[in-house]
Design a protein around this ligand. Structure first.
Ligand code: NAP
Length: 251
């Protein structure tokens, strides 16, 4: 069974690997044996150092994924910098919070550009390369707001519903061609993304009261799920959205 979970000899591209959930998943994949290509706004010294301390290679690529031309450039650079890409983790994402009646066009477009448009393009572009190799794993990062409306976050909710749809759409077309496409839907995790929620005592208490596990998730909690979806252990799993939520969805 250990062999089914190993990622020795694999290369994983992880977007937004500099902090939070992306860093946690990059470290989990490296612990399972994968080399990492991190795609971020800028250098990610901490992740690089931690991946290298595990004896794995870390290739640092810089791109603003809200810009179409930078998405295409970084795909090209990634494919030039490593022999092959086996795993893609579409993790980079942003959120903007304002009540819907005052939600600006800018906050709509900024979030959709990164969370939805870039995810579509990265799936398609790295996916073509995986199809040529006859194998690959794509893991998108969805959300509880792939299922629910949320409060004050319409562009985020729309984009995460789209991530769920894209995951199923790509999975259907590529299931018979060696490329599995799944998503992880994290519940409520302690990262920069949720700092304003955790700082609001009432909101934090209300969120925690619905989590059967009783606490916010941590980036380490995604290591096992991402390794499972990236490895041979999940070879018959595709088009699935795996909730990693301390029980939120069932409560
Ligand atoms: P985070 O700590 O804010 O990390 C997001 C990462 O994405 C950062 O490394 C950030 O870079 C990068 N990023 C954002 N926009 C980018 C862009 N235009 N180009 C390149 N990189 C960009 O948030 P997180 O909580 O770890 O979130 C990671 C993913 O999980 C997101 O897709 C989020 O929607 C999803 N998620 C989070 C939670 C949660 O509870 N935290 C729950 C459900 C889903 P910088 O470091 O430079 O800002």
């Amino acid at each position: 069974m250990k062999a089914a979970f190993t990622l020795e000899g694999k290369v994983a591209v992880v977007t937004g690997s500099g902090q939070g959930l992306g860093q946690g998943m990059a470290l989990g994949l490296a612990e399972a044996g994968a080399d990492i290509v991190g795609v971020n706004y800028g250098p990610t010294a901490e992740t690089k150092e931690k991946v290298e301390a595990l004896g794995r290679k870390y290739t640092e690529l810089v791109a603003d994924l809200s810009k179409e031309e930078e998405v295409y450039r970084v795909v090209k650079e990634a494919l030039q910098s490593v022999d092959k890409v086996d795993i893609l983790v579409n993790n980079a994402g942003i959120i903007r919070r304002t009540e819907v009646e005052n939600f600006s066009d800018k906050d709509w477009h900024d979030v959709i550009d990164v969370n939805q448009h870039a995810v579509f393009k990265l799936c398609r572009e790295f996916g073509k390369h995986m199809l040529e190799n006859g194998s690959g794993r794509i893991i998108n990062v969805a959300s509880m707001l792939s299922y629910q409306g949320g409060l004050r976050v319409p562009s985020y909710t729309a984009s995460k519903h789209a991530v769920a749809g894209l995951t199923k759409s790509f999975a259907n077309e590529w299931a018979g061609r060696g490329v599995n496409v799944n998503a992880i839907a994290p519940g409520y995790f302690a990262t920069a993304n949720t700092a304003p929620l955790r700082a609001d005592e009432d909101r934090s208490a209300s969120i925690l009261s619905r989590i059967p596990k009783g606490d916010w998730g941590t980036p380490d909690d995604l290591k096992g799920p991402v390794v499972f979806l990236a490895s041979d252990a999940s070879s018959y799993v595709t088009g699935h959205i795996l909730c990693v939520d301390g029980g939120w969805m069932s409560s």
